[in-house]
Structure formats: structure tokens, C-alpha cells
Write a protein that binds this ligand. Structure first.
Ligand code: NAD
Length: 480
């Protein structure tokens, strides 16, 4: 069992208190490593180091930072097999089907940031005064506090770390406690690639302790947070006045209109429900289907759920691993019980799987006749569940979709181009997928919640993150 350390001020260190916590494999329950349980003082030391050294990264040219990102990508590439194994062990996702793909995508994250930073032009601004020449430049904000969840323990941090390194921001990163082994592996890549000492810091421990410290401390200039809506809203208050990127929860409504192609629906929708065991912010969490298509869709979903192979993340036959943690499994239990109480019925699954080494394996579940007032419709579940509800007309579908206070990603299935546009424009989500599941995502696409919903603030993705992570400075030169 490895005794891992965190990375502060250019050194691998224990917590100042000496306290540690255990990392468990969600598939077996075994302890796979121990990590330092950071304190507020540890977080403050990381913030001090970032401030003392931020000029090193900020002072590099865009070309130098671009090369740094490419070096990080190369180190990740050389360690990709090991990183994929750690991901499957620490998070629980299937090694062959999902973990390797996440590492490959993370490598691309650094490669893309390396490209984007080179072409970030700013403007020369025409002005009224004849003796003024005015232009703008983009500068790093300073020290970023970054806090990330456990569902994509490499990719989500890389959504912040790659543009931060490219744009010259120093970082203090607090990862989710249940996937902190992955965080250490990713940190090792940044260190090996030569990120200047003090410009990147990893503090492991409890979110409400070390996470809260880096959010609220005056030594951090801006915050990037991905996680639940409740924590995001708390963080927004604690970070009041700082620039914020908040990527929060979703409850992806998928609307299947009466003219949808049944084969496209049967191929796409189950992926949105069951990929990463449904633990995806953009997962398909509600299937709203026209009553004429209802029976065919219900049958297709139940059949897809029965084909999922639940099991050991390292078995090549496995298509779904365990849930990452007990609170997520308990939320599944709670949401299914609430739906059944309100009149829904289970078509497939519906409970934890038996005969597997841990209680975190959940049967892929299909629930039919979900009611509008059930938790499945109103809140995010974040597990492998496909709740179905039939509707009579387009207006009813839109009203049900909008009743949830989250608005991240939605989908609409139709063969009519005009209905596709009408639904895309009216759905109150940051992203709408037409004729595909809600899990479609690429690194450079602007990703985030709709205003007025509880799914976040700002847009992550490619150049959009670089814009969010830089200050636009205007320089006015008098030439008299
Ligand atoms: P969470 O909010 O419980 O925790 C997220 C992170 O915040 C963790 O690292 C946690 O330790 C830390 N944290 C907890 N309390 C804190 C506090 N008071 N101050 C500072 N940090 C604190 O979320 P989770 O369960 O880890 O992740 C699942 C959630 O993340 C889901 O709601 C999901 O939709 C969301 N998510 C959103 C996106 C997106 O891009 N919109 C992507 C992935 C996940």
C-alpha cells in the first residue's frame, strides 16, 4: 500500500498535522493507498508558495508555456497505462472501455491548450482622441483555486490545469477525497514535465477544510469549481468578489418526439444513461417520450439495461463498474423509492447488485411512468438510471423539461429540422444535442449551464476557458 504525499511549494510533503486518510477501491472495498489529510495551514502554505512564484509562469512567453503543456502531455502519454490502471482502481470505471479513453482525452487537453494559447489575439481599439492609441492584452489572473469532483478525476482537473498552465496562472488544486490517488498521479506528470516550483500545488484533504480555505483566502485571485450545485452556491458566497467558473449539476432531459427515428433512439439514449455508471453531469437523467413512441422506447431501454455487463473494472467484458461512493448509491436508493411511491414502476434493475465484492455495484435501472413531481424529475440522481415519462404534446414536454431547476445539457430526437431548431432554441440548457445522447462532449466546445438555472456560471472548453482565466487589460498610450 502506497503512502502518498501532496505537493506544496515544489516539494512532496505530508500534512503539518501528520494526519492521513485512506483511499478505497470502490470495486473491492480494499485500501489502495493513504494520503495526507491537509489542514487550513497546509492550504495557506500552498497559497503562499503560489503567490511567491507566480511570476515564473506568468513571465514565460506564450510559446514557452505552450511547450510546457506539450511536455506534460508527453509525460502523461508515457505513463498512460499506469494512469488508466489507477483510474479504474480509484474511481471504479472500466479500464478497457472508459479509463484508457479518459487518459487519452486528458493528454489532448494539454495539447489543445498548447495550441489555443498561441493564437489568442487581442484588439487595437479605434478611439475618438487623435493622440491616443488604445489596445488590449490578456494577462493571467494570478493564483487560481481549483476544486474538482470524482467522476472524471483526470479530465475535469485538466479542464482547469491545462488552460491555467498555458495562460500563466499559478494553481492551488484541491481534488475530491475519493479520487485523490488519481490526483497524485496527475500531479506527478506536471512535476516531471518541469512546471516551475511553487506554480502548481496539490493539497489533499476535506473539501470544507482545505477547499474552503483556498476559496475564501484573499491570496487566491479566482476560483474554478466543478461539483454539485449546493457546494457551488456555497463556494460562490465564500469567494464573493472573485472571478468564478462554476460547473455544477445537471438533470439532462431527453425529449423523444413522435417523428424520432426509433433506431437512433435505441442506439444513443442508453449510452447517455449508463456511461460511467451515469455519474456524469451531462448524463441522460430523464427520458420524456411522446406517447405514441412510448412502448418502443421503454422496451429498447429495458433491453439495453439487461445487456450491460456489471463487474470488475479490469475484466475486458465489463461495461459498467461500481458507483464511486456510498452517498451516490444512497441517492439512487432514495430516488428510486420516491418514484415507486409516486406510482412509477421498475422495468429493469432497481436495486444494488448482489454477488459482487462491494455494495457499490448498482443494477442499471429503467423506471417507467415517472411522475412530474418525483425527485427523478426535479433533482440530479447521478447514477445508472433511465426514468421514462410519456407526454401528449410538445408544450407539455417543454414544461416538464423546464420544471427542474438544473439546466446543463438536454437532447431532442426528431426527424424534422424545424422542430429540432424550435426545441434547441427553447430548451433552457447550456447545450442541446439533436439526435444524440446528452453525453456528447469535446474538449474545445463551450460547456456550461444556462443562466437562471443552478448548473453553473461561465463556459469551460478550449479557448473559452483561456478567456475566463485571463484578465482583459486595456492600455491607452498618449503619443502627443
Ligand atoms: P461535491 O460538490 O460534493 O464536491 C465537489 C468538490 O468540492 C470535492 O472536491 C469536495 O471535496 C469539494 N467540497 C465539498 N464541500 C466543499 C466546501 N464547503 N468548500 C470547498 N470545497 C468543497 O460534488 P461531487 O459529489 O464530488 O461531484 C458530483 C457533482 O459534480 C454532481 O452534481 C455533478 O453534476 C457535478 N459535476 C458537474 C460537471 C460540469 O461540468 N457541470 C462535471 C462533473 C461533475
Amino acid at each position: 500500500m502506497e503512502e502518498l504525499k501532496m505537493y506544496i511549494a515544489g516539494k512532496w510533503v505530508d500534512s503539518e498535522s501528520g494526519r492521513r486518510f485512506e483511499a478505497h477501491s470502490p470495486a473491492t472495498g480494499e485500501v489502495i493507498a493513504t494520503l495526507p489529510e491537509g489542514s487550513r495551514e497546509d492550504a495557506r502554505q500552498a497559497i503562499a508558495a503560489a503567490n511567491a512564484n507566480k511570476h515564473k509562469l506568468a513571465g514565460m512567453t506564450a510559446w514557452e508555456r505552450s511547450r510546457l503543456c506539450l511536455r506534460i502531455a508527453e509525460v502523461m502519454e508515457s505513463r498512460s497505462e499506469e494512469m488508466s490502471r489507477v483510474l479504474a482502481m480509484d474511481q471504479g470505471k472500466p479500464f478497457h472501455g472508459e479509463a484508457k479513453a479518459e487518459v487519452a482525452s486528458g493528454i489532448e487537453g494539454f495539447q489543445e491548450a498548447a495550441e489555443h494559447i498561441k493564437w489568442l489575439e487581442t484588439s487595437v481599439i479605434p478611439v475618438a482622441a487623435p493622440h491616443k492609441r488604445v489596445f488590449s492584452i490578456r494577462q493571467p489572473r494570478g493564483v487560481y483555486a481549483v476544486i474538482t469532483p470524482w467522476n472524471f478525476p483526470y479530465n475535469i482537473p485538466i479542464e482547469y490545469l491545462a488552460p491555467a498552465m498555458a495562460s500563466g496562472n499559478a494553481v492551488v488544486w484541491v481534488p475530491a477525497p475519493t479520487t485523490s490517488v488519481c490526483a497524485v498521479k496527475l500531479a506527478e506528470c506536471l512535476v516531471e514535465a518541469g512546471v516551475p516550483e511553487g506554480c502548481f500545488n496539490l493539497v489533499t484533504g476535506k473539501g470544507p477544510v482545505v477547499g474552503d480555505e483556498i476559496v475564501a483566502h484573499p491570496g487566491t485571485d479566482a476560483v474554478g469549481f466543478t461539483g454539485s450545485s449546493a457546494t457551488g452556491e456555497h463556494i460562490a458566497r465564500r469567494a464573493a468578489g472573485k472571478p468564478l467558473m462554476l460547473e455544477l449539476g445537471g438533470n439532462g432531459p431527453t425529449i423523444i418526439l413522435d417523428d424520432a427515428d426509433p433506431e437512433t433512439v435505441a442506439r444513443a439514449v442508453p449510452v447517455g444513461c449508463f456511461f460511467n455508471a451515469g455519474q456524469v453531469c451531462c448524463a441522460t437523467e430523464r427520458i420524456l417520450v411522446h406517447e405514441r413512441m412510448h412502448d418502443a422506447v421503454a422496451e429498447a431501454m429495458a433491453s439495453a439495461a439487461r445487456q450491460v455487463k456489471l463487474g470488475d473494472p479490469f475484466d475486458p467484458a465489463t461495461t459498467m463498474g461500481p458507483l464511486n461512493n456510498e452517498p451516490t448509491a444512497q441517492k439512487m436508493d432514495r430516488h428510486i423509492a420516491d418514484a415507486l411511491e409516486k406510482g412509477a414502476k421498475v422495468l429493469a434493475g432497481g436495486q444494488r447488485a448482489e454477488g459482487l465484492p462491494s455494495a457499490l455495484f448498482y443494477q442499471p435501472t429503467v423506471v417507467d411512468d415517472m411522475t412530474e413531481d418525483s425527485l427523478l424529475n426535479l433533482e440530479e440522481t447521478f447514477g445508472p438510471i433511465a426514468p421514462i415519462m410519456a407526454f401528449k404534446d410538445d408544450e407539455q414536454a417543454l414544461a416538464v423539461a423546464d420544471r427542474c431547476r438544473l439546466g446543463l445539457v438536454s437532447a431532442v430526437f426528431t426527424r424534422s429540422i424545424s422542430r429540432a431548431f424550435r426545441f434547441s432554441e427553447r430548451l433552457k440548457t447550456g447545450i442541446v444535442c439533436v439526435n444524440d445522447h446528452t453525453d456528447y462532449w469535446e474538449l474545445h466546445i463551450p460547456f456550461g449551464g444556462a443562466s437562471g438555472k443552478r448548473s453553473g456560471i461561465g463556459r469551460l472548453g478550449g479557448k473559452h476557458t483561456i478567456m475566463e482565466m485571463t484578465d482583459l487589460k486595456t492600455i491607452a498610450v498618449d503619443i502627443r
